[in-house]
Ligand binder design. Structure first.
Ligand code: ADP
Ligand code: GLC
Length: 546
């Protein structure tokens, strides 16, 4: 028999003992899904206990313990389109070392590789009201535990069955209204009430709004809520009637102080920022920049208003995942002791693989990026022909806007043997470029943090970056007088300044190799791990007393 419960959020939660078909899911819609072992679905719907989190008694673990629910739209290795996926994987892992008990809540997209899907364990299901007309939807919870972190996937084929996590706003707005509400309902259902709910980007930005309105008075509302801005460019903006319908949120929230923007639009990120107890972004410089009109993407005034609760904490990288010493994807793994010789071997292997002229004396510049205007690609396109001087090679890896994909294809054709453009998403190739290139370009127009420059430094590949956002906070410019710094930088968004920075790098490489090599080693030992930043997040969690 079904047991019906209605929490004070007006969210009807129905626990079933028998598995049910997701609402509105046709048989045709499920036909090409991989077959899921029946035994996993036939487990009783009662909620099994979460496996106990690692012991906490070690004296070196900071006290007190905190529990955190991460809510976001992507997470490596299940699904990743950019740095958000890296952070959702690496930060929870680092937080477990700071005595935090972390659960990551994600959509169960159909595109998650089957090798992970088949290991997920059924944790329960219920139905949830969503829309303003009371339409209700199936919510399934599938769980996966890995490396001390619990991953709970919200299941519903109506919303999560397309090939990519993000498609277009017409689909994405309902998808992430559903996801945000279902994530909170799932916490209540599992009776796992964290101290902190930590949401990421616009896709999870309605979580704070739901928490303090429709979920007020339910158990989960005792949690404090933090919202991290990874990229303010994407905000989840659509007309008010659509967002009102799908979110089921009350009329009074569609006000300028919360969700309303312009004449008739609603902005999901804006609402989340208003209702969060704390806002963070992924570098101190970006935290300042977004309060100005140029970087604020229309929300600078809103952010200035909420600046008292805005902080910047720079990202790190997962040094197990990105470890040149143990990286099996490299032709020749290396550490600081043998980097100089081994990087040359990796360069030769990369040149061979990509069809470039094999010559360890060439200066190889890498670019690994989403191909969008955020990444400063107009500057790169403008100066690329100037770089090809017989001593320099350029290796591009990325996908994105057609205009950039085509311009890089054009350059590969025009400068065969010196330029290689891999218009694809390929983790393996990314590792080889980090290992085999001499320098990595990140000339972004804006960059909330940026991870590629961090990975590059860890692999002894010298970053050449524009001084913006996290690039400014993580790459100390080379100083030829004191012979210190980690890379080459330029300030204004101008192509000739980028060219000048690259030329300064080349000059050092070709005329003062000892100094160049010292920088390579300095970069490799620089601390780019998550440890320090995870400690800062922990302090913020402690500030947010339940
Ligand atoms: P953003 O999140 O803005 O795309 P970041 O620098 O924070 O930028 O993170 C980008 C992440 O995605 C890095 O891990 C980088 O190695 C990876 N990446 C970007 N493009 C590709 C690609 N084409 N193939 C493989 N990895 C990529
Ligand atoms: C965003 C930003 C990038 C940042 C990443 C992870 O995608 O563009 O700068 O590193 O999120 O926080």
């Amino acid at each position: 028999m079904a047991e019906k419960r209605s929490d004070s959020a007006g969210t009807k939660i129905k626990k079933n003992n028998a598995p049910s078909v997701p609402a509105g899911t046709s048989a045709a819609g499920t036909a090409d899904l991989p077959e899921i072992p029946v035994s996993r679905y036939e487990e009783p719907a009662s909620v099994p206990d979460t496996p106990p989190a690692p012991a906490v008694s070690e004296p070196e673990l900071p006290q007190p313990r905190r529990s955190i629910a991460f809510i976001g739209s992507e997470c490596y290795p299940f699904v990743k389109t950019g740095g958000l996926g890296d952070v959702m994987y690496a930060l929870p892992k680092a937080l477990t070392r700071q005595n935090c008990d972390v659960k990551v809540i994600l959509p169960r997209y159909r595109c998650i590789p089957w090798k992970y899907q088949e290991k997920m364990v059924y944790r329960g299901e219920f139905r949830m009201d969503l829309c303003s007309d009371g339409r209700s939807f199936y919510v399934g919870i599938m769980e996966y535990v890995w490396d001390g972190v619990v991953y709970d996937f919200i299941d519903n084929e109506d919303f999560f069955s397309s090939g990519n996590p993000y498609t277009n706003l017409i689909d994405d707005i309902p998808k992430y209204c559903f996801f945000s509400k279902a994530a909170l309902a799932a916490l209540n259902y599992m009776d796992w009430i964290p101290d902190i709910i930590h949401c990421h980007d616009w896709q999870a930005a309605l979580v704070p709004v739901y928490l303090r309105t429709l979920f007020a008075g339910t158990r989960v509302s005792s949690a404090k809520v933090m919202l991290t801005i990874h990229n303010l460019r994407f905000q989840g903006i659509y007309d008010i009637p659509t967002i009102k319908y799908w979110s089921g949120l009350p009329d009074y929230l569609f006000d300028y102080a919360v969700l309303k923007q312009g004449h008739d639009d609603a902005n999901m990120f804006k609402g989340g920022l208003a209702y969060s107890d704390m806002i963070t972004t992924v570098s101190g410089t970006y935290a300042g920049e977004i309060q100005s009109p140029f970087y604020g993407e229309g929300l600078d005034a809103h952010l200035r208003f909420h600046s008292w609760k805005l902080r910047g904490i720079v990202n790190g990288i997962d040094c197990d995942l990105w470890n040149p010493e143990k990286d099996e994807l490299l032709a020749s793994p290396y550490g600081p002791d043998d980097a100089l010789a081994k990087k040359a071997e990796n360069k030769l292997a990369l040149q061979e693989q990509l069809g470039l002229e094999r010559d360890e004396h060439k200066f190889v510049i890498g670019l690994i990026s989403r191909l969008t205007d955020q990444k400063g690609l107009d500057l790169v396109n403008f100066i690329l022909p100037e770089l090809i001087d017989g001593n320099t090679q350029v290796v591009v890896l990325g996908t994105g806007d057609v205009r950039y994909e085509n311009s890089f294809r054009y350059y590969e054709n025009a400068f065969r043997g010196s330029v290689c453009s891999s218009i694809m998403y390929d983790e393996e190739r990314a590792h080889r470029i980090y290992g085999g290139a001499d320098a990595l370009l990140v000339p972004s127009l804006f960059e909330p943090c940026g991870l590629t420059q961090l990975i590059a430094m860890h692999y002894g590949t010298v970053p050449i970056v524009r001084e913006t956002g996290g690039l400014k906070d993580t790459v100390q410019p080379y100083n030829e007088y004191s012979n210190d710094g980690n890379g080459f930088t330029f300030d204004r968004y101008e192509a000739w300044l980028l060219l000048d920075a690259i030329n300064r790098a080349k000059t050092l490489y070709f005329t003062s190799r000892d100094r160049w090599n010292e920088m390579v080693l300095r970069d490799m030992v620089k601390d780019v791990s998550w440890e320090n930043s995870a400690r800062q997040y922990r302090s913020l969690y402690l500030e947010l007393k339940p």
